[in-house]
Each structure stands twice: as C-alpha cells, then as structure tokens.
Design a protein around this ligand. Structure first.
Ligand code: PLP
Length: 411
C-alpha cells in the first residue's frame, strides 16, 4: 500500500455521501449532467481569502494568478474578492477584462508575448511585466504607434530563489524576467522613453510549504526592490512580491502556516527602506487560493484484476487532471488524496490496495497507485481532491478524443 496526501479539512459526509459545500457529490453530478466533473466551491475560496487577509498586513494587495484556474464563473467571483489579476497570455488578459477586473489592476507576465498581445495590453491599459530588453523596446514602439502611454513594470530574475519550492522560477539562468543586475537600466530606459513605470515584479518560486523559506524570500525581495529602485532613482508604485505559497498534495505534506509569514511581512514593511515608503505591495497567488476548493469527480467504469492486483478504472483521467497522475512538475509520482465519494464515511478500506486508473490507453494514466479504499464497484464516484488549481486548464484534454470535463461552481 502507498499513502495518499491529506484530504483538505473542508469536506464532510451525509449518509456516506461526500458533501462539497453542503451538497452531496452525486446530486452535484446530476446537476452538472454527468461525470467527469470538476466542482469548485466558492465558499472555500472566500474562506481562504479571508484567512489570508486576516494574517497579512492590511495594506498588502492580494492578486490572483488566473492560470491556476481561469474558469470564467470563478473569475467573475474572484474579481470582487482580490485586488488584482495576474495573467500570462493575451487570452487570459481578455478573460480577466471580461470577468470585470479593471485594466489597471491586471498585470501580464510571460516570456514570449507576441506583438498583438503587447498591443492588446497597451490599448486596454493592462500593465506589462517586461521579461526582456527586447520586449521593452517592442512595447515602446507599439505604444508610439497606437499613441498610448504603456504601463510597464519590470520582471526581475532575482539573484536568489525560494528554498524548497516545487518549481523554481528565480536564481541562475532563467527565461523569466531580466537578470537583477540589468533590471534598473531597463526600468530607467522605459521611464526615459515616456512609459508609465509601474514598478517591480519579483517571483522567486512556487509551491513552498516552509514558512521560513517564504519569509526569507520576501525579505530578500524587498531588499532587492529597494536596491533596484535606488539605482533607477525613482520610487516604484508597486512591488509585486510574487507568491509561492504551497498546498499539501502529498503524504507527509503539512498545511502552510501563514501567520508567521504575515507577522514577518508586517515587520519587514514597517521597516522598509525609504525609497519604498510610498510603494504598494502585493502578493500574487494561484494554487493557494483555489486548489482546495476543487474536487474532480469521476465514475468507476470497471473493476478488474491482473496478476493479483485490483484496478479500478474510471471515466476520467490525466487528460482532465494531469497533476494527479504525477506528470505535471513532479519528479517522483505520489498519490493525491482521493476517496470513494459515495462511501466517504466508510472507515474500513478493502484489505488489499487498489490502483485507480483513468480511461486513457497509456500507463501514465494512474490517479491512485496502490491506495487503500473501500471496495469499489462500477457506478461508484471517485473524488480526487486538490483539483481546484492546475486541473482542467492544465491538462491535455484533446488527447485521445475523450470529452472535455464538465465544470460547476457552487457556493
Ligand atoms: C504561475 C505563476 C504564479 C502562480 O503560482 P502558484 O504556484 O499557482 O501560486 C504566480 N506568478 C507567476 C509569475 C507565475 O508564473
């Protein structure tokens, strides 16, 4: 048997049925029409944002990196909950605007922005987080052509990274941002070219579960922003501190304690260098805001034996929830938390572990490897937790021609 990650603390059961936002999983499937289905509980997202605001300094802006979950009804609700959206493509910028987020609260990062994306951002008033000198020059040329003052921030490739982060985004050679030693010169050139310089974007990593590592990175980020601003000779309107807050996906992972992070940030902001005294500060978080709010529900199609092993075959798979199969940014495959939704309060698992596989004809499509579950039969619903981030939009839905997943926002 192999262990699973911890089920987030938001879910209960009624007569054996998993409750999501107080609704039974089977009735949610009925409401959506069929499986496979992603359910997102807005009540969990709201509680999560509240917890964050309670823990963080009151002046800190909370931005949502919409690539974690760009489902339109969810974005529309997020617009009223957070202070800004961070987008990573022209398509996401359009979605953010459609969701009602004002352009001056949207920033656009990404290493390969095309001219038409730069133009769209400049014309709509979205801030571009510049990833290179070349992109800065293109943005200025396009802005001159369309007769608009571009809103430009500089994304910095910091000279440090977020310790213990699942995905390193800074430190060393990177395709993201401009190396710290060249960032001030780029900002200066943009100011001199007449741009509306918005400040710094410094994102050092993702999926960290150690508060000390995040505290250390935020302190280094503030110090770097001050050093660069001194070199530019101008105060940055905004310092985007990045994010990196992780969620516990795997056995042994513990929930990130955000209170010490908030306390340390409060003190770091209080003692910040003079050049930053009028600057705004923001965190940009993706998965931490939405991952726990999502459950992927998929139905058991077949239960079969092979050489003494039991395989539970479901109608979903990695084409919808790639991350749970271990093929999205993890080196070693480990089990996400999962359960039989219609036997959620059955304490006794089957005596032998089972392997839950998706319906794709590839050995990669493994959603639960040798896990302890109650006995499963065709028709049962399997729930895979932590499906609110990097699920539907981060999975190869076109692979093998199965139907796309359904999505449902509740709460
Ligand atoms: C992906 C990304 C995020 C969100 O990361 P999470 O781990 O989901 O919080 C934030 N900022 C940038 C620049 C990103 O590329």
């Amino acid at each position: 048997m192999k262990p699973m990650g911890p089920i987030p603390p938001w879910f209960g059961a009624e007569e054996g049925m998993l409750l999501i936002g107080g609704c039974g999983a089977a009735s949610l499937v009925d409401e959506a029409g069929d499986t496979p289905l992603f359910v997102y509980d807005m009540g969990i997202v709201e509680a999560t944002v509240r917890r964050l605001r309670d823990a963080m300094p009151h002046q800190l802006g909370i931005h949502y990196a919409i690539k974690a979950n760009p489902y339109v009804p969810l974005l529309a609700r997020m617009t009223g909950l957070v202070d800004g959206f961070d987008v990573a493509s022209g398509g996401e910028a359009a979605r953010a605007l459609e969701a009602g987020m004002p352009a001056d609260r949207i920033s656009f990062a990404g290493p390969g922005k095309r001219d038409d994306e730069l133009r769209f951002a400049i014309e709509s008033g979205v801030t571009l987080n510049l990833e290179s000198e070349g992109e800065g020059a293109r943005a200025i040329a396009i802005a001159n052509r369309v007769g608009k003052t571009p809103r430009l921030a500089v994304r910095v490739n910091p000279d440090f990274d977020l310790r213990g982060s699942g995905m390193r985004m800074g430190g060393g050679a990177k395709p993201f941002g401009v190396d710290a030693e060249r960032a001030a010169a780029l900002a200066r050139a943009m100011v001199d070219a007449g741009a509306d310089w918005r400040g710094w974007h410094i994102f050092a990593g993702s999926q960290a579960l150690d508060p000390a590592a995040i505290i250390e990175t935020q302190a280094a980020t503030i110090a770097l922003a001050a050093r660069l601003s001194d070199a530019v000779g101008q105060a940055p309107p905004l310092v985007n501190l990045g994010g990196g807050f992780g969620v516990p996906y795997f056995p042994g992972d513990e929930r990130l304690d955000i209170r010490p992070i908030g306390a340390a940030l409060d003190s770091a902001l209080e003692h910040r260098p003079d050049i930053l005294k009028d600057s705004h500060f923001a965190l940009e978080l993706g998965r931490w805001l939405v991952a726990e709010a999502g459950v992927y529900l998929t139905r058991v199609v077949d239960v079969k034996q092979s050489q003494g092993e039991t395989f539970v075959v479901v109608d979903g798979g990695l084409h919808h929830q790639l991350a749970a199969s271990g093929n999205f940014g993890t080196v070693v495959r480990r089990n996400y938390p999962l359960a039989i939704a219609n036997r959620f309060d059955t304490a006794a698992p089957a005596p032998d572990p089972v392997t839950v596989v998706g319906c794709l004809c590839t050995p990669l499509d493994r959603l639960g490897d040798k896990v302890a579950l109650p006995p499963a039969t065709p028709g049962d619903l399997i729930a895979i937790f932590l499906a609110g981030a990097y699920g539907a939009s981060a999975s190869p839905a076109a692979f093998l021609g199965h139907s796309p997943p359904r999505e449902l926002l509740i709460g």
